[in-house]
Design a protein around this ligand. Sequence first.
Ligand SMILES: [Zn+2]
Length: 264
Amino acid sequence: MRRQATLRPRDGMETDETLDQIRDVFNGTVPNVFRRMHASGELERNWPPIRAVLVEPEPLPPEVVQALFIVLSLRCSSYYCFVLHSLTLSTQGATQISIGELARVFDMPAVTPEFDRWSRVLKLTWLSQFDGPQQHAAEYLLRRNCSDAEYQQVLRVHAANQVINSFTVDPELKLDGEPMLDSFPAELRALVPEFVRFYMETTSGSSPKRPVCTMCSVCRDVRAVDEQWYPLAVAGELIPKGVLFSHGLCSGCLVSEGVPSELH
Ligand SMILES: [Zn+2]
């Protein structure tokens, strides 16, 4: 495995150890986002909690951790994290199409064990971890769909993702000269433009040209143009072409899942 030259240590041995740990996790490379953390003197503080969720994903399956990173990275203003996590999930068996669906409707790749539950956890994490009208109902449901240990690990992934993303924003970190790219096989590197496209298509939600349709994070029903909720499979003609999905909770699920009314 190719080994990068040691970055100039700022803090002596400790930094060398940290960089060695990073190389162990990222196939012998130090991704540029960690070089930025290093340059700003914040690597030593930020790395341990990031490493913890990558090296010890349990009780979450490793592919769920990557999928959480992918979905949460859609909130980032750079495609950097989205693309690199998509490549990583590809090495864990996810197809290009399944990553497109992950970005579009937050469904786990079908090979994931407990597909339904983890797909729901992805959607509920997205809803519960960002400000929005159904944030508290989603948090209630997320806790009901997870064990305490799983829930705590979801929160750790979210926290790690926020730290990583904060170092990609200013100036916007792109993939030019990204050493981690070289660690993937050529057939996966060839997918990078597709993954960038998935990111761009999903995050152009503010564009007035693309209609937005809400999907229930529990039952996957969608709210069609007539404001009624329909199962995704039968809503086809009622959903505009090229729709962007946002995520929410339908009134039926809020009741049937026992969400206290003060959280609706
Ligand atoms: Zn529902």
